[in-house]
Design a protein around this ligand. Structure first.
Ligand code: MCA
Ligand code: AMP
Length: 506
């Protein structure tokens, strides 16, 4: 049997292919037949390029139905999809393209100049453009292709996608996800969240991360459900569309922003069946307030790029605020003592330890980093998530912290080490420490603490402006503080907890 994920999706397309698959904010209507034919045309174009087996197709484009179709076409043609955040700047793209060595790069028309320079330098053979308004060279070329294509056979362990997740050392690692990883998780979530006939997904997430690309889209694709595609999250637009949707997924910031909408009440959410939150901790006060206002209990779940979804609050059983729920069927989750000599010793109920996982959804390894991959797995095959948590007496998991130095801001991950290395390069800077502090909108905000040389005249605005020219905007510290020295423990390690406490209200 063909394990290609696209074949699974296609087997679940509705019988009536003239039904709506994607509707855009401007009211454009893509039937299942439109999506199928456009996917085939793009797959045919990719196949005509004579790419090597396992070729990576790197994509940095704004959200549009065509961007999703490009993902589906990459699957159908049997290649490996590599989505990139549209906020990434030259230095970031240069690293990803250099590391992944994609055969094809697709970028926004306005970025063709600098992206193609990077891509051709890295040996990429083809650079196409794809705009938000059905424009760009990719569609021009695809339009001339036939509109049927035989899905390429793939084995369960073949790669379907690579998702870069920033590394603790500052170097991003490409998580290699297979057709089996994605298909198993999509099917489990489809059943667990009880996708049903008539469901309509209001899709407001970006398409370059696990949450929007896999968790949300896969659910709708497997269910043959219509997606209302918003180009980005916009509270008032979501409110306007809620009456026409039944399922919504978002990061906690989306829920914080929806609570700021005066119209959020039970009547506005009367058509809704399910609100899902993930990617970052959902504050209990947001969970409670949302229930009070909307009449809906948000279903919180937990996952990673390396594993897709791991744990979820139940659909029918109690959804408990402050927890991420129960391990998904087929996924084995354990909390182990981090300080003990035996790394597999499980913690008792309510005892805090390291979260480790195993299952068909767990990735194949980091792209071209076998040592790093080996380090992140235990000798009995569990993946070390880097998250710290505890199980309660009803087996609900709570995440209480992270052993990895990671900040999650508005659902985007920021690794302090990467930002510190850019700040440390600034003339006159001695050293820096980047921390996350509580933020009412983004959950956590990136803050930098910088030590400068005595004569150096560097202001907060200089550091921010310089970083904005080099790295994705969401990684740029919202505040920069200056200290004469960074606090250190007796081992010489910077005490970030002290800094977090000192600057939590600034
Ligand atoms: C935008 N800005 C941010 C963020 N987003 N700053 C910090 N954190 C952010 N997340 C900054 C911009 O740089 C800009 O700064 C200013 O805010 C306004 O930008 P704009 O684009 O207008 O912001 P926005 O449209 O309001 O975006 C905020 C957002 C967006 C809607 C919360 O960040 C978002 O959609 N986040 C979702 C991320 C996501 O999909 N995560 C899933 C990862 P300036 O004004 O200075 O230029 S998947 C995952 O984690 C796992 C596996 C899982 O479990 O799902
Ligand atoms: P990513 O690098 O995008 O794969 O982010 C994965 C990380 O996001 C996890 O290791 C967790 O630290 C965090 N995460 C995802 N979902 C949740 C959640 N519901 N609650 C707390 N943290 C979460």
């Amino acid at each position: 049997m063909n394990a290609n994920l696209y074949a699974l999706f296609e087997s679940r397309f509705p019988q009536d292919l003239s039904a709506c698959c994607i509707e855009t904010q401007e009211g454009l209507y893509y039937s299942w037949s439109d999506v199928k034919r456009a996917t085939a045309k793009m797959a045919k174009l990719l196949a005509s390029l004579d790419l090597p087996d396992g070729a990576r197709i790197a994509v940095q484009v704004e959200k549009s139905p065509e961007a999703l179709i490009l993902y589906l076409a990459t699957l159908q043609a049997g290649y490996v999809y590599l989505p990139l955040n549209t906020a990434y700047r030259e230095a970031e793209i240069e690293y990803f393209v250099g590391n992944a060595e994609p055969s094809v790069v697709v970028c926004a028309p306005g970025n063709f100049g600098w992206v193609s320079k990077i891509a051709f330098k890295a040996g990429t053979a083809h650079v196409f453009t794809l705009g938000e308004q059905r424009d760009g060279s990719l569609l021009e070329r695809a339009s001339r292709m036939p509109d049927s294509f035989k899905t390429v056979a793939r084995k369960p362990d073949d790669l379907a996608a690579i998702l870069y997740t920033s590394g603790t050392t500052g170097r991003s690692k490409g998580a290699m996800l297979t057709h089996r990883n994605l298909a198993s998780n999509a099917e489990v979530l489809h059943d667990y969240w009880r996708w049903q006939k008539g469901d309509v997904l209001l899709h407001a997430l970006p398409l370059f991360h696990v949450h929007g690309l896999f968790v949300a889209s896969h659910g709708a694709l497997l269910n043959g459900s219509k997606m209302i595609f918003l180009p980005k999250f916009d509270g008032s637009e979501v409110m306007r569309q809620l009456k026409r949707a039944t399922v919504f997924m978002g990061v906690p910031t989306y829920y914080v922003r929806l609570l700021a909408e005066a119209g959020l009440n039970a009547a506005a959410c009367a058509n809704m069946r399910l609100f899902v939150s993930g990617s970052a901790p959902l504050l209990t006060e947001t969970f409670n307030e949302f229930a009070k206002r909307s009449g809906h209990t948000i279903l919180e779940r937990y996952g990673m790029s390396e594993t897709t979804m791991l744990v979820s609050n139940p659909y029918a059983g109690p959804r408990v605020g402050g927890t991420v729920g129960l391990p998904l069927p087929g996924v084995s989750v354990r909390v182990v003592k981090n300080a003990s000599g035996n790394p597999h010793a499980s913690c008792a109920v309510n005892e805090i330890g390291d979260i480790q996982v195993k299952g068909p959804n767990v990735f194949k390894g980091y792209w071209r980093m076998p040592e790093k991959t080996a380090e992140e797995f235990t000798d009995d095959g569990y993946f070390k998530t880097g998250d710290v948590g505890k199980f309660d007496d009803k087996s609900y998991l709570s995440i209480v912290g992270r052993s990895k130095d990671l900040i999650i801001s508005g659902g985007y991950n920021v690794y302090p080490k990467e930002i510190e290395s850019f700040i440390d390069e600034i003339d006159g800077v001695v050293e820096s420490a980047v921390i996350g502090v509580p933020h009412p909108d983004f959950g956590e905000a990136v803050t930098a603490v910088v030590v400068t040389k005595p004569q150096a005249k560097i202001a907060e605005a200089d550091v921010i402006a310089l970083l904005k020219s080099k790295i994705a905007n969401f990684k740029v510290p919202k505040r920069v503080h200056f200290l004469a020295d960074l606090p250190r423990n007796t081992m010489g390690k910077v005490q970030k907890n002290v800094l977090r406490e000192q600057f939590k209200d600034d």
